[in-house]
Ligand binder design. Sequence first.
Ligand SMILES: [Zn+2]
Length: 115
Amino acid sequence: MDRTDQDGVRCRRCRRVRSGDELDRILWCEECVAAERGRAAWWGRGLALAGAGLLALWIALGIRPGDRFLFLWAIVVVVAYVLGGRLARELVFGAVRVRNRPGARALEASGGSGE
Ligand SMILES: [Zn+2]
């Protein structure tokens, strides 16, 4: 099993000792989960914004919608941004969880390299 210190378990992300019920099933503490959720949300928004921008560019240059349909294409771009953002966020969060470099946040805290 995982390393245990006295009566706690080390978070596999930041390596701080926590009581067992503070960790989730892959042994991350709540702070690490919240931090990675936040970072994944940031990435999700960025990726979705880039994707929506490309989509808008493609619609503007490739499809050249008339004025009457501009509104509909705008909705398409917004929906793509919202759904793409959610999808990207979950994918980024999932990827970070699966890779789970042990002590990744501990390294970051001591000035190691980030992503
Ligand atoms: Zn942690």
